[in-house]
Design a protein around this ligand. Structure first.
Ligand SMILES: [Zn+2]
Length: 332
C-alpha cells in the first residue's frame, strides 16, 4: 500500500507529493489523535512486506515527472488569450492606428494623468472641454466632445455604444458577420480613437481649434478607405451599413462554370456516377445509373452522419455495388 501525503517537500514548497511508507508509520502512531474518524479504516490496512522507495511526483503534471517546460510554465504562466488583438491588427487598418487602441487598452497613452502617475509634474486640462483634467477615460470616452462624436458614430452603426470601458467599444462587433462588415465595425472604433488623439494633439500643440465637423470628415474618409481596400465579402443585409460609410460592397463571386460532358457507355453496358459530399463534419454519398442511351435507371443517396471524405467515397462505391446487385445489373 502507498499513501500520498502533502507537505513532505523538497525545495520550493508544497508542489511535490512524497510516497513513503515511513509517513504511514507516523500516522499510525498518532492516529487516535490526528485522524480519529479514519482509525477503523487504518486498522484493517495490511502493510506491504516489501520495502518501497521514496519518490517525488510533480503534482502539476499528469505523470508526476518534472521537465524544464513544466517548470517554465509554472514560474511564468501563459498570459490569458485575448480576443481583441485579432480584431484590431487587420490588413485594412494601419498599424499606427491600431497601436493607439493597444496603448489605450494597456493604459499606456501619454495623457496628463498617466504622465503624473509616472512622476511628470504638469498642469492638466482637457483641451476639448477645458473643464476638467485629462485622463484616458475622460479624453477618449467621457468628454462631451468625444461623446458627441461617438454618438454620431453610433447613429451610423445603428447601435448605442457602451462608453464605460475601452474594450466595450469593440464588444458590439458581431461574432458571425461578413468579413467586410466586421472590418467596418472595427475600423470605425480604431479610427475614431486615432482621430480623437490627433485632434487632442492638434489643439494642445498648435493654436488650431478642432471642431466636431473637422473630426468627422477625416474619420469618414479613413473608414471608407479601410472598407474599400479590403478584399472580403459582404451580405445584402450589410448594404445600409456600407452606404453609411460610403463603402462599396464586395459581393461574393461565383467560381467559373466548368462544362462537364457525360459520355454514354457502349451497349450493353450501363454507367453509374457516384460522389461524396461533405458539409461541416457531416458527409453523404449518392449514385446515378444510366444506360447507353442516357436513360435514367435508378439512383440512391445516403446520409453517413459524421465521417471523413475518404469514408464517403468508399461507402458510396460499396452502396453502388449493393444497389446494382439488388437490381440484377451485372453489366456495370
Ligand atoms: Zn473634456
Amino acid at each position: 500500500m502507498r499513501i500520498l501525503i502533502f507537505g513532505q517537500t523538497i525545495g520550493s514548497g508544497d508542489h511535490f507529493l512524497i510516497c513513503s511508507r515511513y509517513t504511514l508509520f507516523t500516522i499510525l502512531a498518532f492516529r487516535e489523535l490526528l485522524l480519529p474518524h479514519v482509525t477503523p479504516h487504518l486498522d484493517i490496512v495490511v502493510l506491504p512486506s516489501s520495502p518501497l522507495t521514496d519518490s517525488l511526483a510533480w503534482q502539476h503534471s499528469s505523470d508526476g515527472k518534472l521537465f524544464a517546460k513544466q517548470a517554465k510554465l509554472f514560474l511564468t504562466p501563459a498570459a490569458p488569450a485575448l480576443h481583441w488583438p485579432n480584431l484590431i491588427w487587420r490588413s485594412c487598418i494601419p498599424p499606427s492606428h491600431a497601436f493607439i487602441f493597444w496603448r489605450l487598452f494597456h493604459g499606456k497613452m501619454p495623457t496628463d494623468k498617466n504622465l503624473r502617475d509616472r512622476g511628470c509634474v504638469t498642469i492638466s486640462v482637457c483641451n476639448f472641454c477645458m473643464k476638467t483634467d485629462e485622463s484616458s477615460v475622460h479624453l477618449f470616452l467621457c468628454c462631451p466632445f468625444v461623446m458627441e462624436l461617438w454618438s454620431w458614430i453610433g447613429g451610423k452603426l445603428n447601435y448605442v455604444l457602451n462608453l464605460i470601458y475601452v474594450i466595450s467599444l469593440i464588444a458590439f462587433v458581431p461574432t458571425h458577420c461578413s468579413s467586410q462588415a466586421a472590418d467596418i465595425y472595427v475600423s470605425v472604433v480604431v479610427h475614431t480613437l486615432h482621430i480623437i488623439w490627433l485632434s487632442r494633439n492638434s489643439m494642445r500643440f498648435s493654436p488650431n481649434v478642432v471642431s466636431l465637423h473637422a473630426a468627422k470628415v477625416p474619420l469618414q474618409a479613413v473608414v471608407s478607405l479601410s472598407g474599400n481596400m479590403y478584399v472580403g465579402h459582404c451580405l445584402l443585409s450589410n448594404i445600409p451599413l456600407l452606404d453609411a460609410f460610403f463603402v462599396a460592397p464586395h459581393h461574393r463571386r461565383f467560381k467559373d462554370i466548368i462544362t462537364v460532358h457525360w459520355k454514354a457507355p457502349t451497349p450493353p453496358w450501363m454507367k453509374v456516377n457516384t460522389d461524396g459530399l461533405v458539409v461541416g463534419n457531416h458527409v453523404a454519398c449518392g449514385g446515378l445509373f444510366r444506360d447507353h442511351l442516357g436513360t435514367f435507371l435508378g439512383a440512391f443517396t445516403c446520409n453517413l452522419g459524421i465521417a471523413s471524405v475518404f469514408s464517403s467515397e468508399i461507402q458510396g462505391f460499396i452502396f453502388t455495388l449493393e444497389f446494382a446487385a439488388q437490381n440484377g445489373w451485372s453489366n456495370l
